[in-house]
Design a protein around this ligand. Sequence first.
Ligand code: NAP
Ligand code: ZN
Length: 332
Amino acid sequence: MKIHGYAALGPKETLQPFSYDAPDLEPFEILIKITDCGLCHTDIYMINDDWSRSTYPLLPGHEIIGTVAKKGSSAELKLGSRVGISWVRSACLHCPQCVRGDTNVCPTKLGVYNHGRFGGFADHVIADSRFAFTIPDRLDSSHAAPLLCAGATVYAPLRRFGLQAHHTVCVIGIGGLGHLALQYAEAFGCEVSALSSSREKKKEAKGFGASHFYLLDELPPPGSFDFILCTVSANLDWNQILCLLKPNGTLCFVSRPTDRISINPAFLVSTQRSIVGSNNANRSLMQEMLDFSARCQIHPMIEVLPLKKINEAIERLKANKVRYRIVLQPKE
Ligand code: NAP
Ligand code: ZN
């Protein structure tokens, strides 16, 4: 069987129609017929080889929803069941991190695409059934797709750092990840602020749950927040951002600013502030996030496009013109 999708043949190239032979399924693998796949900014960094680890042909897409069309001998999912696939394709399941449940930081985890594996901007994908998540009935597939990466990546640190109603949370960058982070933080009862470079996002940010909206050139007062979640890869004045934290506050990066960060330790020591990073979500938080999103009716704001418009979608995302996630559908 041939799988048809769109791949970059070299760094920074536009995606081209591309097909490959579906390999025989390993025991835990499944073949998924894709209905929807969200476009994450990470896909663009991977297409461009910005992190010096891309291999070509590179067929991206890691916010995948579809149905199980075929399964290997050990896969327990039912044929026809609706599942989601995220960035982490598989992990060893026996290292100390995996045993603790933190499959998202397994040293030998694999991404859904790269190094000869192909992602979700296609009609089908081969996945590991142990990393396929059940989609609650109350979530429609197009709105569920962005939850697999954008939703999981912001939900996990909010849960991991125990954010609750007495905390003040600031989200920097109101894009695919950021607009979901506002919604989760509000659902957790936090007082939520948005910090943006785009004045025109104010009304929508408030609709997503932000009580306060600030621009990067009109910062809130120092000592305002318990937790800052950074989703921008632009190079900001990080010492200034750190000073927005209260004592014991945490600055959490899910994005990777392109320049090295230089921090004045004085802004950490006497106030006990921390800087941390967070990668996607472990399997348990992934399923919890999907169930929580269904129960609390948390939805990404999406624009649905046919998969053949993938290059147009990429250009719009690069230009910060997407409101707030593009979901591609392979059907004609
Ligand atoms: P996105 O939709 O493009 O959102 C990024 C936001 O950054 C933009 O909407 C914009 O928000 C802000 N921004 C863009 N250019 C800026 C500039 N020059 N100065 C200041 N702010 C700017 O991207 P995304 O898909 O949400 O991904 C966000 C980041 O998270 C990416 O770096 C991605 O690689 C990373 N990521 C990490 C993980 C993980 O597991 N850690 C998972 C997924 C994604 P405003 O208009 O509000 O300023
Ligand atoms: Zn992603």
